[in-house]
Design a protein around this ligand. Structure first.
Ligand SMILES: Cc1cc2nc3c(=O)[nH]c(=O)nc-3n(C[C@H](O)[C@H](O)[C@H](O)COP(=O)(O)OP(=O)(O)OC[C@H]3O[C@@H](n4cnc5c(N)ncnc54)[C@H](O)[C@@H]3O)c2cc1C
Length: 396
């Protein structure tokens, strides 16, 4: 094994959005990395993902802006609707004013396309090596380097380790100790359908989020408007984390169908297009301020898993990747020092996303008087007020 840090790669556990973005950001600084991905290939599930302007700012830094824009569908509006009455609560125009304010559009991309672009850059780079079918389960920090150990007993040496292995991160526990996952017991069914299979509706050019009592429904175009991404979510009636973990896809489908029965007619027309083949359970964790230990750092969902209600989890992973690489002077860096600075630079912003996402979830799912307060207060906001509200997140 080489002993000079400059010739040793940075090891990255996890080849999702965070891991691949990190490898690209490091390569741009001339730093070699090796991605270890447990799956047999770098791939994302076939559903849509919303990419707000702060994601595009990172795409520009990673040199993939044009490729992403080619694959993106840019809506005319972000719309929040009341799932009970069918009435609009608010809309945010994605127009020249929006781009003037935040520099980039708000867009939607097929997840497969997004990861394919990032993975393609990694495979084409002579600074990035990719090992698939490799699960990293532990690490050893030797002080002068790091050893990542795979589940099948192999040992890989590197200058440092970045753990981008998602919500169920194996390295997280080794760095910060055990932390319990948290949930509000929501489940979601998601999928994409060709645009021809969608019934005509009034909000075709928009990202639409419907909020209702203990449920939400979303739809938006992807792949330049040739496909639609759809999601239907409701709260499982369970009494404990164990019951939620045991909650089955069949129970979820029955719960979603029951919850959506009383919803407004426009939702009923779109609801049939939901793919009930796979159910996702939604977790986050309490925000923490420690993500690093010596030559090892957490990144993306491994550091700050968040609910999906602000569409920011992947954006935060992209920002982490660019921030981390910006702080590294080169391959000979004092990694322990840089990783501490990185965590300190990032944890308040990502914690704010985690906590605000919980609050947005409550806003989407409320009923009764809370719903009246939500509808009355949000519908009174002007476009400028809405832009101001989003500015901490979307503006540079
Ligand atoms: C329903 C839903 C909707 C969402 N919508 C949006 C949205 O619109 N916009 C947005 O920005 N975010 C959204 N998110 C959040 C976003 O999906 C995540 O924040 C993002 O995928 C995190 O990326 P990551 O690379 O940190 O982790 P992951 O995407 O979890 O990737 C981790 C990778 O590591 C691999 N891996 C795991 N363990 C190991 C190991 N031990 N060794 C090697 N490899 C390992 C995994 O196979 C995976 O490839 C949504 C999330 C959900 C659940």
């Amino acid at each position: 094994m080489n002993t000079h840090a400059s010739t040793r790669p940075v090891l990255i556990a996890g080849g999702g959005i965070g891991g691949t973005a990190t490898a690209i950001a490091l390569a741009k600084k001339g730093i070699k990395s090796v991605i270890f991905e447990q799956a047999p290939e770098l791939r994302e599930a076939g559903v849509g993902i919303q990419m707000p302007p702060n994601a595009f700012r990172m795409f520009e830094r990673l040199g993939v802006l044009d490729e992403m824009l080619k694959r993106a569908a840019i809506p005319k509006n972000l719309v929040f609707m009341d799932a009970v009455s069918g009435g609009e609560i608010l809309h945010i125009p994605i127009d020249d004013r929006f781009i003037g304010r935040f520099d980039f559009p708000y867009a939607m991309i097929h997840r497969g396309d997004l990861l394919a672009v990032l993975a393609g850059v990694c495979y084409a780079s002579d600074k990035v090596e990719v090992h698939t079918s490799t699960t990293i389960s532990r690490f050893e920090d030797t002080g002068s380097g790091v050893i990542a150990m795979s589940a099948d007993g192999r040992r890989f040496g590197g200058a440092a380790l970045i753990s981008a292995d998602g919500l169920w991160s194996k390295m997280r526990e080794q760095i910060i100790g055990p932390t319990q996952e948290r949930t509000d017991n929501y489940v979601i069914f998601r999928g994409v359908v060709p645009v021809e299979a969608m019934p005509r509706h009034d909000l075709e050019d928009a990202v639409v989020m419907w909020g209702g009592p203990r449920l939400n429904f979303s739809h938006y175009p992807v792949r330049n408007g040739t496909y639609y991404a759809l999601g239907a979510s409701t709260q499982a009636s369970v009494n404990s984390l164990e019951d939620y973990q045991a909650f089955t896809r069949e129970q979820g489908e029955a719960a979603v169908r029951e919850a959506f029965k009383p919803m407004c007619e426009p939702i009923q027309r779109l609801f049939d297009r939901i793919d009930f083949g796979r159910m996702w359970k939604l977790y986050d964790r309490e925000p923490v301020s420690t993500w690093a230990s010596g030559r090892v750092a957490l990144l993306g969902d491994a550091a700050h898993p968040t609910y999906n209600y602000m569409a920011q989890g992947a954006c935060m992973a992209l920002e982490d990747a660019v921030t981390l690489a910006d702080l590294l002077p080169g391959a000979d860096a004092d990694y322990a020092d840089v990783f501490r600075t990185y965590q300190d630079a990032r944890y308040v912003r990502t914690a704010r996303v985690q906590l605000t996402s919980r609050f947005y979830g409550d806003l989407y799912h409320c009923a009764g008087v809370s719903r009246d307060v939500r509808n009355t207060s949000l519908s009174a906001l002007s476009t400028d007020q809405l832009y101001n509200h989003l500015s901490w997140l979307y503006a540079a």
